[in-house]
Design a protein. Structure first.
Length: 156
């Protein structure tokens, strides 16, 4: 089995962008709420396109900010995250491939990088489509990618 090639700009699970409640697959229906409601916002229904702007972003070791802009283009997806006071109000660009899962019920995007790794990324460029900038950011995040355990061949 060949390890998967990591494309930092491709969404790992495009269905996460289309509703799905607390799971990342839109085919799962939400559980019935026994008490008649919840305190959070309603999650989009399965298959409903979702705008991630305003969602919180959670690194593997803590919250990093709020999504200011999102692109779900094929092979070119990214999130622009406003870090607020964490990095003195700076913005960071996160390629879509860093997104581990999306929790629509809680409005949180979970990424598989640490806060330190994100903080040390190339400085934000206001034009995320700039090819040279995308190459620097893509290479930076691809260097820290760990394939899922099932993609790594075992040595016996």
């Amino acid at each position: 089995m060949q390890p998967s090639i990591f494309n930092p700009w491709a969404w790992r699970d495009p269905s996460a962008l289309a509703g799905g409640y607390t799971q990342t697959t839109p085919s799962v229906t939400p559980p019935d709420d026994q008490d008649g409601g919840h305190d959070g916002p309603d999650a989009p229904g399965p298959g409903t396109p979702v705008d991630l702007v305003g969602y919180q972003v959670q690194a593997s070791d803590g919250r990093i900010g709020t999504i200011d802009e999102a692109s779900n283009e094929a092979e070119a997806g990214y999130l622009v995250v406003d870090t607020g006071p964490w990095i003195f109000g700076q913005k960071v660009l996160l390629p879509a491939g860093t997104v581990e899962r999306v929790d629509h019920q809680e409005r949180v995007v979970h990424v598989d990088r640490t806060k330190e790794r994100i903080k040390d990324a190339p400085p934000f460029d206001a034009d995320p489509a700039d090819p040279e900038y995308r190459e620097r950011v893509g290479s930076y995040y691809a260097g820290g990618h760990l394939p899922p355990p099932e993609a790594v061949p075992r040595v016996m």
